[in-house]
Design a protein around this ligand. Structure first.
Ligand SMILES: [Zn+2]
Length: 107
């Protein structure tokens, strides 16, 4: 049984830097898998890691900084910018990133 963590659009930078932004809740869940976790994008397997970066976008309330969370992996460079993807966690602790478009129009 796969748990859907979130649905997220790849950013225009994802194919360049191999980073996909995720929510705090998703980052927290993934960090429980350990420093590195298996990551499947499409049909290819890689290892992913979670990165937390201090923010420079100034959306934070006065005085308090906030952070942005990313999944980082070379394989994320195969994602299509601005396409929607489902981020799922399966029972074996494998993270799957699947095009939401493919799922909606599948066979
Ligand atoms: Zn920010």
């Amino acid at each position: 049984m796969n748990a859907l963590l979130e649905i997220r659009a790849a950013s225009r930078k994802t194919p360049i830097d191999g980073r996909l932004e995720v929510s705090d809740a998703t980052a927290e869940r993934l960090s429980r898998l350990g420093e590195h976790f298996p990551l499947i994008v499409g049909h290819a397997l890689d290892g992913g890691t979670v990165q937390r970066m201090a923010c420079t976008c100034n959306k934070s309330p006065a005085g308090g900084g906030h952070a942005h969370n990313f999944i980082v992996a070379e394989i994320l460079k195969t994602m299509t910018p601005e396409d929607l993807y489902m981020i799922e966690l399966d029972a074996d602790g494998v993270v799957r990133v699947t095009s939401a478009h493919d799922a909606a129009t599948g066979p």
